[in-house]
Ligand binder design. Sequence first.
Ligand SMILES: *Cc1c(COP(=O)(O)O)cnc(C)c1O
Length: 326
Amino acid sequence: MSFLTLPTYEDVAAAARTLDGHAHRTPVLSSRTANEELGAELFFKCENLQRMGAFKFRGAFNALSRFTESQRRAGVVAFSSGNHAQAIALAARLLGMPATIVMPRDAPAAKVAATQGYGGQVVFYDRYTEDREQIGRDLAERHGFTLIPPYDHPHVIAGQGTAAKELFDEVGPLDALFVCLGGGGLLAGSALATRALAPACKLYGVEPEAGNDGQQSFRSGAIVHIDTPQTIADGAQTQHLGQITFPIIRRDVDDILTASDAELVEAMRFFFTRMKLVVEPTGCLGFAAARGMKDRWRGLRVGVLISGGNVDLPRFAELLAPRVST
Ligand SMILES: *Cc1c(COP(=O)(O)O)cnc(C)c1O
């Protein structure tokens, strides 16, 4: 691990040039109702409106763009049942290379179909008896594929950082920024952008209350591993931070906060009814935590990164059904 070189803001700036014309420059929205509720001026960076529905396209496209010619010819392999799978499949298709995605046999049919729809070759495994990382490594070895992990990779982190970079480029410095946290690719990339573009901005990572390994790691100074947490935030059911994401987060982030599933549902309802935005549960983490700190930001400028919007309609309806009004 002593050879680890951490990505820097220069890598984020380079990723932004790579993504120009390929990723959407997603809108930054505001809400008078949210401003009144928090007594602050809020800026929502809407990565739910990114290509394939989440910021993960940024990291995937940036990483695949940096392949050598022979890596491109052989193609990429990734293991994921979520947004990373779709991001890799779409980026590979755009860059004209084959993509193999290792998914659990019981992955939601819609996610399998979406990944296949982007041209990804899906290889199934049994999540109870087989080790997906081992399968990924075996495929990589056998076929010469390059394995791209969902968060612990310098080019992935740099790509994810371009969302926060765009936010600061558009609205200028902020007093605080709230970012959803799973394995830490988005937060680490956001940290590089924040320390370069708005050094005084308070930066918070927000993870599900049921899986606060990031908070434990941040506060103890060593990466804490947990069992897969039970939470509706399926994009943040990670068991630990990464070897690259953790040192960046520890150095550049102010604190790690948590949000409960009930708070995530309330935030989803807010986004839908007030802002006409479909946001997946994981994408609500940042706003849920910002709401919990209400008076702290009175009169100040606060950024919230909405990370994704991929939620099946039946699931969305089920989560929002119990109560009708906000
Ligand atoms: C992957 C994902 C996250 C977590 O990102 P990390 O880089 O793993 O911390 C948050 N929200 C959504 C929608 C995601 O797909």
